[in-house]
Design a protein around this ligand. Structure first.
Ligand SMILES: [Zn+2]
Length: 186
């Protein structure tokens, strides 16, 4: 076997030589790398493949999902793990600035999210080492957990606009996404 680093679109061989295996695609009788990784050619089985992970990368405008990691006065840190409509898992540090939480004035941003909550947001700015996301436009928390007992919170029937813990009765506030409770992750 011979092993080589390849980029997406790199020429690997012809379909007369090999069967296109995992991580490859064929076009006009030629095989190309579909992933970044290592080209692996099994000359006994006549299979060419590319081993490696396909890491999705963030782009401005994408809708993403992630977990709230830290809450500060002016910024909420979210570890983004998924891009809507795309396969694969990533692990990107992002932040929501106070001014990107809502169209309305937010008095206490640290009260609008809880550690471990799952957030739906839009990527609005990418700079080296800094990715800004926003929950404006009806986005926000899609899964929230009780600060007291960690049960999943439900929209409160009694206190409009607030969240209620079905286990301990705790009432909390969140910047809730329009589709709270209806988002399927994985
Ligand atoms: Zn609770």
């Amino acid at each position: 076997m011979d092993k080589d680093k390849v980029m997406i679109g790199d020429y690997i061989g012809t379909i007369e030589e090999f069967l296109p295996g995992d991580g490859t695609y064929s076009e006009d009788g030629k095989i190309f790398a579909a992933n970044i990784g290592t080209k692996v050619v099994d000359s006994q089985k006549h299979v060419a493949m590319v081993e490696g992970k396909t890491l999705p990368s963030l782009k401005v405008g994408q809708i993403v999902f992630g977990e709230v990691a830290t809450l500060k006065k002016n910024v909420i840190n979210v570890m983004v793990s998924k891009i809507q409509g795309q396969k694969g898992v990533l692990n990107e540090k992002t932040m929501i600035y106070v001014s990107n939480i809502s169209e309305n004035y937010v008095e206490r941003p640290e009260d609008m999210f809880g550690i471990g909550d799952v957030v739906k947001a839009k990527v609005i700015k990418i700079e080296p080492g800094m990715i800004d996301i926003s929950t404006k436009g009806g986005m926000g928390v899609v899964k929230a957990f009780c600060r007291r007992c960690r049960s999943e919170l439900l929209p409160s029937a009694k206190f409009n606009g607030k969240m209620e813990c079905p286990m301990c009765g705790q009432i909390e506030v969140r910047k809730v996404s329009d589709d709270y409770g209806n988002v399927k992750l994985q």
